[in-house]
Each structure stands twice: as C-alpha cells, then as structure tokens.
Write a protein that binds this ligand. Sequence first.
Ligand code: B16
Ligand code: MG
Length: 217
Amino acid sequence: MKKKGFIFDLDGVIVDTAKYHYLAWKKLANELGFEFTLEQNELFKGVSRKRCLEILLEIGNISASQEQFDQWMIEKNEDYLNYIEKMDASEILPDVPRVLQFLKNREVPIALGSASKNATPILEKVGLLPYFNSIVDGNSVTKAKPDPEVFLIAASNLNTEPQNCVVFEDAVAGIQAANIAQMTSIGIGEPSTLHEADYNFKDFTKMTDEFLNDLLQ
Ligand code: B16
Ligand code: MG
C-alpha cells in the first residue's frame, strides 16, 4: 500500500467560521457606509484576508492608502477574534471527529491546509489539534489557493507524494489547488458549486467507512 496523506481545509470543512468572518467583514463594510451581503460573502471562502479586503473595497468602491488598508485588516481580524473567542467542540461540523478518528486508527498522517492565519488557535479551541501531524496555514504560504503551494507543503510535511494525498475542501479555489497538485479532491458542500472535485459530499455524514477505506488503497 502506498503511503497516503489526508489534508483538511479548516473553514467550511472542519468548522463553520464563515459566519464569523461574515459578521466581521459586514461590520467593517457598514462602518465604511455600504452593505455586505451573505451572497457576496461566498466570494470570500478560501480567499486570503488581504484579498478579501481588496474585494470588499471594490464592492464599496473605496480606495485606501496602504496604511489605512493595513489598519482595516487589523480591525477586521480583531473583531473576528472576538467572535471566535467562545468557540468550542459544539462548533465542529457533523462527523468530522469520526473521519479523523478513522484515519488516526489506521495511522494515516493528517495535515491541515488552510488559508487562515488563525487556524491553530481555532483547532485548539475545538479540541482537534492533537489529530494533526502538520499544520499548514496562512502563516506558512506565500501564494493563495488556487495555487497548490499550501497542499504541496502539507504533502511534503507528511512525507508523502502529492498523488497519494486526499484533500477535503469547501471552496472552488481549494478544489482547483488540489487538482493542480494532482491530489484526489473531495468537495464538501454544494456539488453544483464544487463540480470540479473528484468526489462530492454535502458533509461528512454521508461519507462511509467503505469510501474512506477505498481511498486508502
Ligand atoms: P484569516 P480556509 C479561509 O480559511 C477562509 O475560508 C477565508 O474566508 C478567510 O478569509 C481565510 O481563511 C483567511 O482567514 O483571516 O483567519 O487568516 O477555508 O482556507 O480554512
Ligand atoms: Mg474553506
């Protein structure tokens, strides 16, 4: 059997932090005098904080000096950190611990591959940090998804080849990154949105042990 590696995205796959990102971005948009809708928030999934602010300012038709831009990035993150402060295990998405435990029982190495710079404290808060052999997040990458950098670093950290890695992702850019890296891509969410994935699941509850076993072959 080839040495496998399993890579999980964070936001939208392990926990639903998109709602907290949304509240923090909406607060900033409102302060700047415009609305930010849940629909527009979809564009932010899997996208770096910097790129999110660029898009937000495009939506509001606002230009900013570098200094102002950096200040708004800090403000948004402080608000976001306030929202996630109280997160606990109840915010883990359904059946994520079952899948992690299944892999752990079979000694399959597991990595996180996320755009978030807040990944480690979130995993700590919800109690899942011990499952991960490697954390690759927004602090470790220079290029955002769909660039495959985040997943390639994860494969290397797990000491396995990209072709032997499986990626769970909720963002189109993340599925594209996994495909470019020649990994098996599994979309978690709307199949119509994530149709570029090799496999699609609404969430982990429909992912059987048989399916996971097949991925291990
Ligand atoms: P932060 P993922 C991404 O996480 C989110 O989907 C995206 O909305 C967010 O802007 C990005 O992390 C950066 O997060 O501000 O915490 O560094 O889906 O790649 O786990
Ligand atoms: Mg995500």
